[in-house]
Design a protein around this ligand. Structure first.
Ligand SMILES: *Cc1c(COP(=O)(O)O)cnc(C)c1O
Length: 453
């Protein structure tokens, strides 16, 4: 180790990096070398060249300094991609997070009375205003919203749910398991493809607390199907003194049918149809930070707020600040289809998308790639909404000489700003619907790095 540090090139690293960084990187570089020799991958030691060695140690240190969680460029065409962090936040939301993170705040202080306040108060009126709910509560995510709602209303009692709606969302969120964890007893009714209101009605007894509806977010049963109308379930709930609850998952606040997305129910319509309590995510179609929103009847929200689990799943101040700012973008003078990135990605015109794809393709060709084409593509909302409806899009499709498509994928994933795209017909494809104009220079840079190798 000392001998290495004594060489000019490796010793010179100490001018840029700390001794601790250099010795630790040297140690792992040597260890990797020993490993290669031991495993037989390296049969003879390469000629030692302190300059090459120093370069590899320096890049090791640079890699160590890079944050583990980083920005990546989403070229998948899936707007709400859970693996890629779901919704990109609006600048207004980022400003709010910055201000509340950098400073003390009135998180739990009522500035009118000077007394202790509630963190929920900052968003409750906004949510009520946008959904028509009597009351609302925000928690960590939709999964905890469902858990809290069931625990506070159905612990030790029965929850009736349709066999066609016992969903599993990615990351081991299985509705039957969540119901069990809440201490409630699941009573399944109907069949996989058909469940009627009468099935719920027959199953209700004195032990029943909740009729549960869930949005079949990530799959669709097609063919001969039927699911009960919310209005009919609401009547059954009212007559049996039970609660009609809906796990909505994505949750849109405004109608998206003008953009061809017709099957996603709007929260205010759901409440109007008689659902007592609805739960949805803050970072799916709503376009805010990770959070779970519970909206509905005042007495029920009150019960949830005073349940001990409420504290355990409470929303942190940064997400709360980002959520409030995002909700405000749904009100005058803003146009959410311009201001909320998720909605803007849905609302952009096909001409804009085509233009972006063309500009990217032209720039890639100008940078020396030859086999680059632009073609029609299908993009998706993602995030467990509208699994069947695709959005018209355009994509750049390419090949790179002497690279297999898998090698392109791997190299772009290793870029300083990683690019995540698609493989279609053995070509690398980037869908322009999820790219922004600001992304393009980073994409070009990643390709330059790839060809420089
Ligand atoms: C996405 C989803 C959830 C989980 O939401 P998180 O905010 O990720 O916890 C629950 N239910 C449905 C129907 C969903 O689509």
């Amino acid at each position: 180790m000392q001998a290495l540090l004594d060489t000019a090139h490796i010793g010179g690293l100490l001018r840029t990096y700390t001794r601790q960084e250099v010795t630790s990187a040297l140690r792992s570089t040597l260890q990797a070398l020993r490993g290669s020799v031991r495993s037989g991958r390296l049969t003879s030691l390469p000629d030692f060249d302190s300059e090459t060695f120093a370069t590899s140690v320096a890049s090791h240190i640079e890699a160590e300094r890079r944050p583990n969680i980083r920005s990546v460029i989403n070229a998948t065409g899936i707007i709400i991609h859970t693996n890629l962090g779901r919704a990109r936040l609006a600048p207004e939301a980022l400003d709010a997070i910055q201000a509340i993170g950098a400073n003390y705040s009135n998180l739990e202080l009522d500035l009118h009375t000077g007394k202790r306040g509630s963190r929920h108060s900052h968003v409750e009126n906004l949510i009520c205003d946008l959904t028509g709910a009597e009351a609302a509560l925000v928690v960590n995510n939709c999964a905890s919203a469902v858990l809290l709602s069931l625990m506070a209303t159905a612990h030790g009692k029965k929850v009736i749910a349709s066999r066609g709606e016992l969903i599993e969302i990615g990351g081991a969120f299985r509705l039957p398991d969540v119901i069990e964890q809440s201490g409630a007893i699941l009573k399944e009714v109907g069949s996989t493809n058909k469940t009627r209101a009468a099935d719920y009605e027959r199953a209700v007894d004195s032990e029943t607390a909740v009729l549960l509806k869930s949005h079949t977010s990530n799959f669709r049963i097609v063919g001969f199907t039927s699911a009960p109308k919310r209005e009919d379930l609401a009547i059954i709930a009212r007559n049996s003194n039970t609660i009609l609850m809906e796990d909505l998952g994505s949750g849109v606040l405004i109608d998206l049918s003008a953009y061809g997305l017709r099957d996603e129910p709007v929260v205010s319509d759901i409440l109007k149809s008689g659902v007592d309590l609805v739960m949805f995510s803050g970072d799916k179609l709503l376009g805010g930070p990770q959070s779970g929103i519970i909206a509905g009847r005042g007495d029920l929200v009150g019960r949830l707020k005073s349940h001990p689990l409420c504290r355990a799943v409470r929303l942190d101040k940064l997400s709360l600040a980002g959520l409030e700012a995002t909700l405000r973008l749904y009100r005058e003078p803003h146009d959410p289809f311009q201001s909320v990135p998720v909605l803007r990605a849905i609302a952009q015109t096909i001409g804009e998308i085509r233009g972006r794809a063309d500009r990217l393709a032209d720039a890639l060709i100008a940078s020396g790639l030859e086999d680059v084409t632009v073609a029609k593509s299908a993009a998706y909302v993602g995030g467990g909404s509208l699994p069947q409806q695709d959005l018209e899009s355009y994509a750049v499709s390419l090949s790179v000489p002497s690279y297999t498509v898998d090698a392109i994928v791997a190299a772009l994933r290793a870029a300083e700003t990683p690019i995540v795209g698609l493989i279609r017909s053995n070509r690398f494809v980037m869908d322009a619907r999820t790219l922004t104009d600001e992304d393009l220079p980073f994409v070009l840079k990643a390709f330059r790095g790839l060809r420089g190798r």
